[in-house]
Design a protein around this ligand. Structure first.
Ligand SMILES: [Zn+2]
Length: 178
């Protein structure tokens, strides 16, 4: 197992789409799942991770999500949202949008129905609402190369980009000196 690097916006690799997994039981896929789970365990306050936001060459369509209960994280492969309704607006942040206390209000469906494969290749289908529904849509977006900041109004996005640039600028200056 390995802890993978979480890519940071504006890294263009965040724009990749996860490829559809054919054989879930393939050693390469199972290792990728283990690595993503290990990475999730090692990041504090991390709700979920998608393969496309990690330093993985040619990432597959895999995401892991911490659920509110204390069960093992959900592992979803080839994630599809088959229905979505009732819009809600909630605060959202992302491990790939530095610094991680940056967040914004994003409009999402309050309830979704999803379909995916579990890590053993079994087809699963379930409904989710509230925080889990938000998380599923956030990770589904990652797997299509979309970030939550792409869903903001243009003016909000400009403000957020400016704030990110300001907050990350001192670190960059230090790096240049070194
Ligand atoms: Zn994210």
């Amino acid at each position: 197992m390995a802890i993978l690097q979480i890519l940071q916006y504006p890294d263009l690799r965040l724009r990749r789409k996860g490829y559809r997994v054919g054989n879930v039981k393939a050693a390469k896929i199972q290792k990728t799942i283990e690595d993503i789970l290990e990475t999730l365990r090692n990041v504090e306050h991390c709700a979920g991770l998608a393969a496309t936001q990690l330093d993985i060459k040619d990432p597959p369509n895999i995401t892991v999500i911490n659920t509110a209960d204390n069960n093992e994280p959900l592992c979803l492969i080839n994630l599809q949202i088959i229905s979505a309704d009732s819009d809600v607006i909630n605060d959202e942040g992302c491990m790939s949008v530095y610094p991680h206390d940056i967040h914004a209000k994003v409009k999402r469906a309050g309830k979704v129905k999803v379909k995916a494969l579990d890590r053993h290749g079994n087809e699963i289908e379930f409904e989710a609402k509230d925080r889990l529904a938000q998380c599923l849509q956030h990770e589904h977006d990652h797997l299509q190369g979309i970030l939550y900041i792409d869903r903001l109004e243009k003016s909000e996005r400009l403000l957020l980009d400016k704030r990110i640039a300001e907050l990350t600028a001192p670190a960059k200056k230090i790096q240049n000196i070194l």
